[in-house]
Design a protein around this ligand. Structure first.
Ligand code: DGY
Length: 323
Protein backbone atom coordinates (compact mmCIF):
# COMPACT_ATOMS: atom_id res chain seq x y z
CA UNK A 1 0.00 0.00 0.00
CA UNK A 2 1.46 3.44 -0.90
CA UNK A 3 1.96 6.12 1.79
CA UNK A 4 -1.27 7.54 3.23
CA UNK A 5 -4.64 5.90 3.00
CA UNK A 6 -6.09 6.18 -0.52
CA UNK A 7 -9.28 8.23 -0.62
CA UNK A 8 -12.20 6.28 -2.07
CA UNK A 9 -15.26 8.20 -3.16
CA UNK A 10 -18.72 6.66 -2.78
CA UNK A 11 -21.30 8.54 -4.87
CA UNK A 12 -24.91 7.79 -3.86
CA UNK A 13 -26.12 4.56 -2.27
CA UNK A 14 -23.80 1.68 -1.52
CA UNK A 15 -24.02 -1.70 0.20
CA UNK A 16 -23.62 -1.38 3.98
CA UNK A 17 -20.94 -4.06 3.95
CA UNK A 18 -18.82 -2.00 1.55
CA UNK A 19 -19.31 1.05 3.80
CA UNK A 20 -18.32 -1.01 6.86
CA UNK A 21 -15.18 -2.44 5.25
CA UNK A 22 -13.80 0.61 3.42
CA UNK A 23 -12.54 2.46 6.55
CA UNK A 24 -10.40 -0.58 7.54
CA UNK A 25 -8.04 0.26 4.64
CA UNK A 26 -9.12 3.51 3.00
CA UNK A 27 -10.40 6.98 3.72
CA UNK A 28 -13.96 6.92 2.40
CA UNK A 29 -15.50 10.14 1.08
CA UNK A 30 -19.15 10.57 0.22
CA UNK A 31 -21.18 12.62 -2.24
CA UNK A 32 -24.94 12.34 -2.68
CA UNK A 33 -24.81 11.44 -6.38
CA UNK A 34 -22.43 11.00 -9.33
CA UNK A 35 -22.92 14.62 -10.32
CA UNK A 36 -19.83 16.68 -11.26
CA UNK A 37 -21.56 19.79 -9.83
CA UNK A 38 -21.06 18.27 -6.34
CA UNK A 39 -17.28 17.94 -6.76
CA UNK A 40 -15.10 20.72 -5.34
CA UNK A 41 -11.48 21.08 -6.64
CA UNK A 42 -10.12 19.93 -3.25
CA UNK A 43 -12.26 16.82 -3.27
CA UNK A 44 -11.42 16.11 -6.92
CA UNK A 45 -7.65 16.11 -6.47
CA UNK A 46 -7.58 13.71 -3.52
CA UNK A 47 -9.65 10.87 -4.94
CA UNK A 48 -7.82 7.83 -6.33
CA UNK A 49 -10.68 5.31 -6.32
CA UNK A 50 -14.48 5.19 -6.64
CA UNK A 51 -16.83 2.49 -5.31
CA UNK A 52 -20.14 2.71 -7.15
CA UNK A 53 -23.45 0.88 -7.33
CA UNK A 54 -25.28 3.07 -9.82
CA UNK A 55 -24.53 5.27 -12.79
CA UNK A 56 -21.07 6.75 -13.35
CA UNK A 57 -21.03 8.92 -16.48
CA UNK A 58 -17.99 10.21 -18.38
CA UNK A 59 -18.25 13.78 -17.04
CA UNK A 60 -18.11 12.49 -13.45
CA UNK A 61 -15.07 10.33 -14.21
CA UNK A 62 -13.42 13.39 -15.77
CA UNK A 63 -13.90 15.39 -12.57
CA UNK A 64 -11.10 13.36 -10.89
CA UNK A 65 -7.62 13.96 -12.36
CA UNK A 66 -5.93 11.37 -10.10
CA UNK A 67 -8.53 8.63 -10.37
CA UNK A 68 -7.03 5.15 -10.84
CA UNK A 69 -9.82 2.65 -10.25
CA UNK A 70 -13.62 2.37 -10.29
CA UNK A 71 -14.97 -0.66 -8.39
CA UNK A 72 -18.50 -1.43 -9.59
CA UNK A 73 -20.92 -3.28 -7.30
CA UNK A 74 -22.47 -5.78 -9.73
CA UNK A 75 -21.40 -8.00 -12.59
CA UNK A 76 -23.23 -5.76 -15.05
CA UNK A 77 -21.34 -2.49 -15.37
CA UNK A 78 -23.55 -0.79 -17.94
CA UNK A 79 -23.97 2.13 -15.50
CA UNK A 80 -20.23 2.93 -15.67
CA UNK A 81 -18.82 4.48 -18.83
CA UNK A 82 -16.07 1.86 -19.04
CA UNK A 83 -15.05 2.85 -22.58
CA UNK A 84 -14.39 6.37 -21.34
CA UNK A 85 -12.57 5.09 -18.24
CA UNK A 86 -10.38 2.99 -20.56
CA UNK A 87 -9.46 6.11 -22.58
CA UNK A 88 -8.48 7.83 -19.34
CA UNK A 89 -6.40 4.80 -18.23
CA UNK A 90 -8.73 4.19 -15.28
CA UNK A 91 -9.34 0.55 -14.31
CA UNK A 92 -12.93 -0.63 -13.89
CA UNK A 93 -13.76 -3.76 -11.89
CA UNK A 94 -17.03 -5.70 -11.54
CA UNK A 95 -18.24 -8.63 -9.42
CA UNK A 96 -18.38 -11.76 -11.60
CA UNK A 97 -18.64 -15.40 -10.41
CA UNK A 98 -19.79 -14.70 -6.85
CA UNK A 99 -23.39 -14.14 -8.02
CA UNK A 100 -23.56 -16.63 -10.90
CA UNK A 101 -25.41 -19.45 -9.15
CA UNK A 102 -27.79 -17.10 -7.26
CA UNK A 103 -28.87 -15.34 -10.45
CA UNK A 104 -29.29 -18.69 -12.23
CA UNK A 105 -31.48 -19.94 -9.34
CA UNK A 106 -33.65 -16.83 -9.62
CA UNK A 107 -33.97 -17.22 -13.39
CA UNK A 108 -35.38 -20.71 -12.92
CA UNK A 109 -37.71 -19.51 -10.16
CA UNK A 110 -38.99 -16.68 -12.35
CA UNK A 111 -39.49 -19.08 -15.26
CA UNK A 112 -41.61 -21.39 -13.11
CA UNK A 113 -43.52 -18.46 -11.58
CA UNK A 114 -44.32 -17.16 -15.04
CA UNK A 115 -45.31 -20.44 -16.68
CA UNK A 116 -47.24 -21.91 -13.74
CA UNK A 117 -48.58 -18.61 -12.30
CA UNK A 118 -47.34 -19.50 -8.82
CA UNK A 119 -47.39 -15.92 -7.38
CA UNK A 120 -51.06 -15.56 -8.43
CA UNK A 121 -51.84 -19.00 -6.95
CA UNK A 122 -50.32 -17.90 -3.63
CA UNK A 123 -52.41 -14.71 -3.67
CA UNK A 124 -55.48 -16.88 -4.31
CA UNK A 125 -54.74 -18.80 -1.12
CA UNK A 126 -53.77 -15.76 1.00
CA UNK A 127 -56.83 -13.78 -0.03
CA UNK A 128 -59.12 -16.61 1.07
CA UNK A 129 -60.43 -17.55 -2.36
CA UNK A 130 -59.37 -21.23 -2.03
CA UNK A 131 -61.61 -21.81 1.00
CA UNK A 132 -64.52 -19.73 -0.38
CA UNK A 133 -64.42 -20.41 -4.10
CA UNK A 134 -62.36 -23.56 -4.59
CA UNK A 135 -59.21 -24.47 -6.42
CA UNK A 136 -57.05 -21.94 -8.28
CA UNK A 137 -57.55 -22.11 -12.06
CA UNK A 138 -55.38 -24.58 -13.97
CA UNK A 139 -52.36 -22.85 -15.50
CA UNK A 140 -52.78 -22.61 -19.28
CA UNK A 141 -49.00 -22.99 -19.71
CA UNK A 142 -46.56 -25.68 -18.65
CA UNK A 143 -42.80 -26.13 -18.81
CA UNK A 144 -43.36 -29.65 -20.13
CA UNK A 145 -42.39 -30.04 -23.77
CA UNK A 146 -40.82 -26.58 -24.02
CA UNK A 147 -37.73 -25.57 -25.93
CA UNK A 148 -35.82 -22.91 -24.04
CA UNK A 149 -33.51 -20.53 -25.90
CA UNK A 150 -30.89 -18.63 -23.95
CA UNK A 151 -30.11 -15.20 -25.34
CA UNK A 152 -26.53 -14.99 -24.09
CA UNK A 153 -24.38 -17.83 -22.80
CA UNK A 154 -21.79 -16.30 -20.50
CA UNK A 155 -21.15 -17.56 -16.98
CA UNK A 156 -24.73 -17.00 -15.81
CA UNK A 157 -26.26 -18.28 -19.05
CA UNK A 158 -24.28 -21.50 -18.70
CA UNK A 159 -25.39 -21.89 -15.07
CA UNK A 160 -29.03 -21.48 -16.18
CA UNK A 161 -28.50 -24.02 -18.97
CA UNK A 162 -26.98 -26.51 -16.50
CA UNK A 163 -30.09 -26.21 -14.32
CA UNK A 164 -32.43 -26.53 -17.31
CA UNK A 165 -30.60 -29.75 -18.19
CA UNK A 166 -32.33 -31.46 -15.29
CA UNK A 167 -35.78 -30.08 -16.23
CA UNK A 168 -36.14 -32.31 -19.30
CA UNK A 169 -36.57 -29.41 -21.74
CA UNK A 170 -34.75 -28.82 -25.03
CA UNK A 171 -32.05 -26.14 -24.79
CA UNK A 172 -30.83 -23.73 -27.46
CA UNK A 173 -28.82 -20.52 -27.39
CA UNK A 174 -28.00 -17.46 -29.41
CA UNK A 175 -24.55 -15.92 -29.30
CA UNK A 176 -22.55 -14.34 -32.14
CA UNK A 177 -20.14 -17.29 -32.22
CA UNK A 178 -20.96 -20.83 -31.05
CA UNK A 179 -19.30 -22.09 -27.88
CA UNK A 180 -17.29 -25.24 -28.38
CA UNK A 181 -18.07 -28.51 -26.68
CA UNK A 182 -21.74 -27.84 -25.88
CA UNK A 183 -24.66 -30.06 -26.84
CA UNK A 184 -27.14 -27.14 -26.98
CA UNK A 185 -28.37 -26.00 -30.41
CA UNK A 186 -26.71 -22.76 -31.50
CA UNK A 187 -28.54 -20.09 -33.50
CA UNK A 188 -26.41 -17.37 -35.15
CA UNK A 189 -29.36 -14.95 -35.16
CA UNK A 190 -31.80 -13.98 -32.43
CA UNK A 191 -34.68 -14.11 -34.92
CA UNK A 192 -33.71 -17.64 -35.98
CA UNK A 193 -33.72 -18.76 -32.34
CA UNK A 194 -37.00 -16.99 -31.59
CA UNK A 195 -38.64 -18.84 -34.50
CA UNK A 196 -37.31 -22.19 -33.30
CA UNK A 197 -38.05 -22.01 -29.55
CA UNK A 198 -41.10 -21.17 -27.43
CA UNK A 199 -39.25 -19.73 -24.42
CA UNK A 200 -36.46 -17.15 -24.34
CA UNK A 201 -34.33 -16.33 -21.31
CA UNK A 202 -32.45 -13.05 -21.73
CA UNK A 203 -29.06 -13.02 -20.01
CA UNK A 204 -26.96 -10.68 -22.14
CA UNK A 205 -25.24 -7.53 -20.81
CA UNK A 206 -26.95 -4.19 -21.32
CA UNK A 207 -24.89 -2.67 -24.14
CA UNK A 208 -25.65 -0.58 -27.24
CA UNK A 209 -25.58 -3.76 -29.35
CA UNK A 210 -28.21 -5.52 -27.21
CA UNK A 211 -30.40 -2.44 -26.69
CA UNK A 212 -34.08 -3.18 -27.44
CA UNK A 213 -33.12 -6.25 -29.46
CA UNK A 214 -36.15 -8.05 -27.99
CA UNK A 215 -38.58 -6.07 -30.13
CA UNK A 216 -41.94 -6.56 -31.85
CA UNK A 217 -40.39 -8.67 -34.61
CA UNK A 218 -38.69 -11.07 -32.18
CA UNK A 219 -41.85 -11.38 -30.05
CA UNK A 220 -43.88 -12.15 -33.18
CA UNK A 221 -41.33 -14.83 -34.08
CA UNK A 222 -41.57 -16.32 -30.56
CA UNK A 223 -45.29 -16.85 -31.11
CA UNK A 224 -48.53 -17.24 -29.16
CA UNK A 225 -47.21 -19.96 -26.82
CA UNK A 226 -44.11 -17.88 -26.23
CA UNK A 227 -42.65 -17.02 -22.82
CA UNK A 228 -40.03 -14.32 -22.35
CA UNK A 229 -37.86 -14.20 -19.21
CA UNK A 230 -35.42 -11.33 -18.59
CA UNK A 231 -32.77 -11.49 -15.87
CA UNK A 232 -30.19 -9.47 -17.81
CA UNK A 233 -30.92 -5.78 -18.27
CA UNK A 234 -34.19 -3.95 -18.92
CA UNK A 235 -32.66 -2.05 -21.85
CA UNK A 236 -32.52 -5.26 -23.89
CA UNK A 237 -36.33 -5.37 -24.15
CA UNK A 238 -38.56 -2.87 -25.95
CA UNK A 239 -41.01 -2.62 -23.05
CA UNK A 240 -43.79 -0.95 -25.05
CA UNK A 241 -43.58 -3.69 -27.70
CA UNK A 242 -43.60 -6.33 -24.97
CA UNK A 243 -46.66 -4.89 -23.21
CA UNK A 244 -48.45 -4.75 -26.55
CA UNK A 245 -47.48 -8.35 -27.38
CA UNK A 246 -48.71 -9.56 -23.97
CA UNK A 247 -51.99 -7.65 -24.31
CA UNK A 248 -52.73 -8.97 -27.79
CA UNK A 249 -51.58 -12.56 -27.21
CA UNK A 250 -48.66 -12.25 -29.62
CA UNK A 251 -46.78 -14.10 -26.86
CA UNK A 252 -48.31 -15.90 -23.86
CA UNK A 253 -46.41 -14.57 -20.84
CA UNK A 254 -43.32 -12.76 -19.57
CA UNK A 255 -41.26 -12.85 -16.39
CA UNK A 256 -39.13 -9.77 -15.74
CA UNK A 257 -36.59 -9.07 -12.99
CA UNK A 258 -35.15 -6.00 -14.72
CA UNK A 259 -36.61 -2.86 -16.30
CA UNK A 260 -35.34 -0.05 -18.47
CA UNK A 261 -35.97 2.76 -15.98
CA UNK A 262 -35.65 1.09 -12.56
CA UNK A 263 -37.23 1.38 -10.05
CA UNK A 264 -40.07 2.57 -12.26
CA UNK A 265 -42.07 -0.11 -14.07
CA UNK A 266 -44.39 0.90 -16.93
CA UNK A 267 -48.10 0.85 -15.94
CA UNK A 268 -48.78 -1.15 -19.09
CA UNK A 269 -46.77 -4.04 -17.60
CA UNK A 270 -47.99 -3.61 -13.99
CA UNK A 271 -51.60 -4.24 -14.97
CA UNK A 272 -51.01 -7.35 -17.10
CA UNK A 273 -51.97 -10.69 -15.48
CA UNK A 274 -49.61 -12.60 -17.81
CA UNK A 275 -46.53 -10.69 -16.60
CA UNK A 276 -44.66 -11.93 -13.52
CA UNK A 277 -42.63 -9.03 -12.14
CA UNK A 278 -39.74 -8.90 -9.63
CA UNK A 279 -37.88 -5.82 -8.33
CA UNK A 280 -34.37 -6.71 -9.62
CA UNK A 281 -33.68 -9.36 -6.98
CA UNK A 282 -31.75 -11.96 -9.00
CA UNK A 283 -28.60 -11.66 -6.88
CA UNK A 284 -30.34 -10.25 -3.81
CA UNK A 285 -29.68 -12.76 -1.03
CA UNK A 286 -27.71 -11.51 1.96
CA UNK A 287 -24.95 -14.07 1.35
CA UNK A 288 -24.48 -13.22 -2.33
CA UNK A 289 -24.67 -9.47 -1.80
CA UNK A 290 -22.04 -9.85 0.96
CA UNK A 291 -19.78 -11.72 -1.46
CA UNK A 292 -20.30 -8.97 -4.07
CA UNK A 293 -19.51 -6.28 -1.47
CA UNK A 294 -16.33 -8.11 -0.45
CA UNK A 295 -15.21 -8.31 -4.07
CA UNK A 296 -15.72 -4.55 -4.50
CA UNK A 297 -13.47 -3.83 -1.51
CA UNK A 298 -10.97 -6.63 -2.29
CA UNK A 299 -10.50 -5.24 -5.80
CA UNK A 300 -9.60 -1.85 -4.33
CA UNK A 301 -7.21 -3.41 -1.80
CA UNK A 302 -5.53 -5.57 -4.46
CA UNK A 303 -5.11 -2.55 -6.74
CA UNK A 304 -3.40 -0.38 -4.15
CA UNK A 305 -1.41 -3.23 -2.52
CA UNK A 306 -0.32 -5.34 -5.49
CA UNK A 307 -0.87 -3.10 -8.50
CA UNK A 308 -3.41 -5.40 -10.17
CA UNK A 309 -7.17 -5.62 -9.67
CA UNK A 310 -8.77 -9.03 -9.08
CA UNK A 311 -11.59 -8.75 -11.60
CA UNK A 312 -10.96 -5.93 -14.10
CA UNK A 313 -13.49 -5.67 -16.94
CA UNK A 314 -12.39 -6.50 -20.48
CA UNK A 315 -12.06 -2.82 -21.50
CA UNK A 316 -9.47 -2.01 -18.80
CA UNK A 317 -6.85 -4.78 -18.36
CA UNK A 318 -4.44 -2.27 -16.77
CA UNK A 319 -1.82 -2.57 -14.05
CA UNK A 320 -1.19 0.20 -11.54
CA UNK A 321 1.60 2.60 -12.63
CA UNK A 322 4.94 1.50 -11.22
CA UNK A 323 3.62 -1.91 -10.08
C1 DGY B 1 -25.59 -7.41 -11.46
O1 DGY B 1 -24.69 -7.76 -10.70
O2 DGY B 1 -25.36 -6.82 -12.52
C2 DGY B 1 -26.96 -7.73 -11.05
O3 DGY B 1 -27.90 -7.24 -11.93
C3 DGY B 1 -27.20 -7.22 -9.65
O4 DGY B 1 -28.28 -7.92 -9.14
Amino acid sequence: MPQGRPRILVPGKMSQRVLDRLPETFEPVFVAAADPALVTPDLAAGISGIAVGGKLPADFIDAFPNLEIIANFGVGYDGVDAAHAAKRGVTVTNTPDVLTEEVADTAIGLLLNTVRQLPAAEQWLRQGHWAKEGAFALSPLTLRGRTVGLYGLGRIGLAIARRLGSFNVSIAYHTRTPREGLAYTHYPTLKGMAEAVDTIIVIVPGTESTRRTINAEILQALGPQGVLINVGRGTTVDEAALADALQRGVIAAAGLDVFENEPYVPDALLTLPNASLLPHVASASQATRNAMADLVVDNLIAWFETGAALTPVAETPFKRKGA
